[in-house]
Design a protein around this ligand. Structure first.
Ligand SMILES: [Zn+2]
Ligand SMILES: [Zn+2]
Length: 273
């Protein structure tokens, strides 16, 4: 069975594990039988511009390092030089410049924090009222739609990123009230001819949900969505490729039998059956 992981982080990411070198990730990829790996280190444009993290993303060094392993593992492992462009609409000029600085083969667009609000991962949803959570999620969808509209994106990642932390806080999110907005989001994805990511980090972390959930993947399918990418969101070699098969099972249940891959700069659909 074709196996790929199109959402991975190395130590070039502010939150990457020190053991997560490109080479260590490739070795692990071969060990677990991956056919493709896409490196997608964080470039959260607001954090870069405002200097929020301990160290900035060294795009030049990261790209050189990706190219090195791409060459080294040629014929054994398909390596994609990518990036996770976070919060692009918050600083569009800087985000555009970052994408133009290197010939990235795969670009994840994502939203980790609302405008002028810290990353959802730093929030304690357990202490929030249901009403507060609903308001934040509504804003998150609005700003995710803006991310989907940003030029140069290959796939829109973990559209329910906030749901990971809501779940960790012991709270539930009912998506029904957001169906109209979600449909708007999905139509934007389809119109822009980009893919939607199923992020399985929450599966291997034991939260019992994928990002987005099966329910929301079905809504995407019902809206006419057909392009999906899949990623573990591993930040260390030991987590690479985890729960990808579980993600495939969810996709197949919903009716997606192929995932988007990138080969020679072209989008190629690979069967996951
Ligand atoms: Zn991260
Ligand atoms: Zn992300």
């Amino acid at each position: 069975m074709f196996l790929c992981d199109y959402h991975t982080h190395t130590r070039f990411s502010f939150d990457g594990d020190p053991s997560s070198t490109h080479d260590a990730m490739c070795r692990r990829a071969l060990e677990i039988g991956l056919d493709h790996i896409a490196f997608t280190d964080h470039f959260d444009v607001n954090a870069e511009v405002e200097g929020l993290y301990d160290f900035p993303y060294d795009a030049d060094a990261a790209f050189a390092s990706m190219m090195e392993v791409k060459e080294k593992y040629k014929g054994r492992l398909h390596v994609l030089c990518g990036i996770e462009l976070g919060n692009a609409p918050q600083y569009p000029a800087e985000a555009k410049a970052a994408l133009e600085a290197h010939p990235y083969e795969f670009v994840i667009g994502s939203l980790h924090n609302l405008k002028n609000v810290p990353d959802f991962c730093y929030m304690n949803f357990g202490q929030m009222s249901d009403n507060q959570i609903k308001k934040l999620f509504d804003r998150a969808l609005d700003e995710t739609i803006e991310v989907a509209q940003f030029p140069g994106i290959t796939t829109l990642a973990h559209i329910t990123y906030m749901h990971r932390y809501v779940t960790l806080g012991g709270k539930k999110l009912d998506f029904k009230p957001y169906y109209d907005k979600l449909e708007h989001l999905y139509r934007t994805v389809i119109d822009r001819d980009i893919a939607l990511e199923i992020n399985v980090s929450t599966l291997w972390k034991g939260l019992g949900i994928s990002l987005p959930t099966m329910e929301l993947l079905k809504l995407y399918k019902d809206c006419g969505g057909s392009l999906v990418t899949i990623g573990s969101d591993a930040h260390a070699p030991e987590n690479l490729g985890k729960a990808i098969r579980k993600g495939y099972a969810i996709l197949q249940t919903v009716g997606f039998n192929e995932v988007v891959t990138i080969q020679n700069g072209q989008r190629v659909l690979q069967s996951i059956r």
